[in-house]
Design a protein around this ligand. Structure first.
Ligand code: FE2
Ligand code: FE2
Length: 220
């Protein structure tokens, strides 16, 4: 089995992520490149550790996190399926069948409407990915463009985003600070209800409740 550090050195993977960043930037999406991949990998490893998954599962979660969006340059709408297959093509000799299928399952699950969890790595990846909302993800820095796009507005309004795992209370809480002058909290929900439903389902599978705190208000 490879480690995340080894995966990060693979020139194909790095190129896929670079191409994804380029193609999504061209279509005006929020940031989906190396920064998002690195953050999701880091967050996935931390969640896996905090809920006491094995060291191997922590590594697999981090690897799935790093690679989850890398096929978006092929197709945005089907990037989860393509990403899963690309991972297999690149690394088929580097992981055991059980390790590689867990990563493939996690990547292919992360953007589907139906949530059917069959291993904790899939759930960890969803929590790590869907909680990444932040000002820095807005690529178009012109204020008039930001104001015109609700995704950009909501990301831009988020000045702090943190995921906390309380193992004793069995709660995973997303803590956000939103600049309410920039975007009403209601607008935030318009965009993020689906993400929160994903997070709640993923947390539930792991035996946790999902909580949401925005500007010190406990909303979930
Ligand atoms: Fe994705
Ligand atoms: Fe993502």
């Amino acid at each position: 089995m490879l480690t995340l550090n080894q995966v990060k050195k693979n020139s194909k993977i790095l190129e896929f992520i670079k191409q994804t960043e380029k193609s999504l930037k061209a279509s005006g999406y929020t940031e989906h490149g190396l920064d998002h991949s690195t953050l999701v990998a880091k967050r996935a490893r931390k969640i896996a550790k905090d809920i006491s998954l094995s060291e191997k599962e922590q590594e697999l979660s981090a690897i799935a996190g790093f690679c989850h969006d890398m096929a978006s340059f092929i197709s945005r709408s089907e990037h989860h399926y393509f990403g899963s297959l690309l991972f297999h093509q690149v690394f088929q000799n580097d992981f055991s069948p059980s390790e590689i299928s867990k990563i493939m399952r996690a990547i292919s699950m992360h953007d589907r409407d139906e949530m059917e969890f069959s291993n904790p790595i899939s759930a960890v990846l969803i929590l790590a990915d869907k909680s990444d909302v932040h000002r820095s993800r807005v690529l178009v820095k012109k204020m008039n463009r930001i104001k015109a796009d609700i995704h950009d507005r909501v990301n831009f309004a988020t000045t702090m985003s943190k995921l906390l795992v309380d193992k004793k209370k069995k709660r995973i809480t997303l803590i956000l600070k939103i600049d309410a002058n920039f975007v009403p909290v209601m607008e935030y929900f318009e965009i993020f209800t689906k993400r929160m439903v994903y997070c709640r389902g993923a947390a539930k599978y792991l035996g946790y409740q999902f909580g949401l705190v925005i500007n010190n208000f406990k909303l979930l």
